[in-house]
Design a protein around this ligand. Structure first.
Ligand SMILES: CC(C)(COP(=O)(O)OP(=O)(O)OC[C@H]1O[C@@H](n2cnc3c(N)ncnc32)[C@H](O)[C@@H]1OP(=O)(O)O)[C@@H](O)C(=O)NCCC(=O)NCCS
Length: 183
């Protein structure tokens, strides 16, 4: 039986809060962002260690304000365009969720993912009812592991040849708790 989601989470799923960290804005997307989003979303080279193939191309359907989304997806605006996204999905009982992120090739290596994921995590663990967030990261993806470490995640264990989304690979489980952030 699934539990009713806490009100604060339902509000965020219906109306994503905008977050600001330095020169990076995390926000919902509009139709005007479609080209920027397509530029990374369908870039095959970004999926080598992601755990899935790129999605099929389809017209971008922005989230309708007020309608409850399944996941919390923040689009990352940096230097005037959307360069990627970070998200919390696989939400369980409104208290646990998985974290993912992707950054356009030409915006990588500038600390964008590290800052964006840190801001998202802080918001989710302090303003929303999440008590645990986790991520699965291929052992062949050290840049992604580093992003999580910069955001305060602990490496909790190694899964050998386990299923990570839709591929089998050695991967780490990273986790962070509210009590790691709120002392
Ligand atoms: C993983 C990803 C999001 C990182 O984005 P980014 O904006 O470049 O990340 P940042 O610049 O904040 O940080 C990357 C860190 O990894 C480090 N890094 C990069 N390549 C590395 C490597 N081969 N080995 C070890 N560390 C590496 C960088 O030095 C940096 O750490 P630092 O800030 O301590 O110097 C980006 O590469 C990406 O979108 N990859 C494809 C999608 C993906 O794999 N998503 C994660 C799925 S779990």
């Amino acid at each position: 039986m699934s539990m009713a989601l806490p009100e604060a989470l339902v509000d965020a799923l219906c109306r994503l809060p905008t977050l600001q960290v330095g020169d990076i804005t995390l926000r919902d997307a509009t139709e005007a962002d479609e080209q920027d989003i397509a530029a990374y979303r369908y870039d095959k080279s970004l999926y080598t260690h992601y755990g899935t193939k790129p999605p099929r191309r389809k017209p971008f359907a922005p989230h309708k304000l007020g309608q409850k989304a399944q996941d919390l997806t923040w689009y990352i605006q940096y230097r005037g365009r959307i360069v990627g996204e970070c998200f919390v999905w696989r939400i369980v009982d409104g208290r646990m969720g998985a974290v993912g992120y992707i950054i356009a090739k030409d915006a990588q290596g500038k600390g964008v993912a590290g800052r964006a994921v840190s801001a998202m995590i802080l918001h989710c663990l302090t303003e929303l009812p999440f008590t645990r967030l986790y991520a699965q990261v291929s052992t062949a993806n050290p840049a992604s592991a580093r992003v999580l470490e910069k955001a305060g995640f602990a490496r909790e264990g190694l899964v050998r040849q386990g299923k990570m989304m839709s591929v089998y690979c050695d991967h780490w489980i990273y986790g962070i708790l509210r009590e790691d952030v709120v002392k």
